[in-house]
Design a protein around this ligand. Structure first.
Ligand SMILES: O=C(O)CCC(=O)C(=O)O
Ligand SMILES: [Fe+2]
Length: 186
């Protein structure tokens, strides 16, 4: 069942990548191509048990995803996800059966910073457990990725270096509480 789910999620992801490329007047495969022939898919079940001191304990610390795109199935009943925008945290409301699409760092790199990878976190609460399912869709780690040439010009100079296996360096910086994408920023 998980296999069927992730296979379908990948189809959605590909359609979204194509639509996003078209929205920038690029050939529709411009982003998909960078994911390579063997893109990687990681799945994480997040379980947040009730926590007596949600004021002191965070469920998942602030981070931006290291994927290209993450498709999150939120808990149907319990809210907890928040997004950072302009130094303020915004709640992401629950919508049963809706998929939450989140841009990851690698798509920010590929799109030369046009699509941004937002910092987000998950809170805990004292009464109810919360479950979410995240599918991280990322380029083949063996494939070098970098800003699409057509998105680089004088007005928008190249913002990132090319990189291979971004996820590996991601965890190195994550552990230090730093934003991994800053390491490839020019
Ligand atoms: O559980 C959530 O709402 C967020 C999960 C998340 O951000 C992640 O798994 O990277
Ligand atoms: Fe995340």
């Amino acid at each position: 069942m998980l296999y069927d789910y992730t296979a379908k999620v990948r189809e959605i992801e590909e359609q979204l990548l194509k639509a996003m490329a078209r929205s920038l007047s690029l050939p529709e495969d411009s982003f998909v191509i960078q994911f390579g022939e063997r893109p990687s898919t990681y799945v994480r079940f997040n379980y947040y048990p009730p926590c007596a001191r949600p004021d002191l304990v965070i469920g998942l610390k602030p981070h931006a995803d290291g994927s290209g795109m993450t498709i999150l199935l939120q808990d149907e009943q319990v809210e907890g996800l928040q997004l950072l925008k302009d130094d303020q945290w915004f709640r992401v409301p629950i919508m049963p059966y809706a998929l939450m699409v989140n841009i990851g760092d690698q798509l920010e790199i590929i799109s030369n910073g046009i699509f941004r990878s937002p910092v987000h976190r998950a809170l805990t609460n004292s009464t109810r457990e919360r479950n979410t399912l995240a599918v991280f869709c990322a380029p083949d780690p063996a494939k070098e990725i970098g800003p699409v040439e057509e998105l680089i010009d004088e007005k928008r100079p190249r913002a990132f270096k090319n990189i291979k296996n971004y996820v590996e360096s991601y965890f190195h910086y994550y552990q230090q509480g730093r934003r991994p994408i800053d390491a490839v920023r020019l």
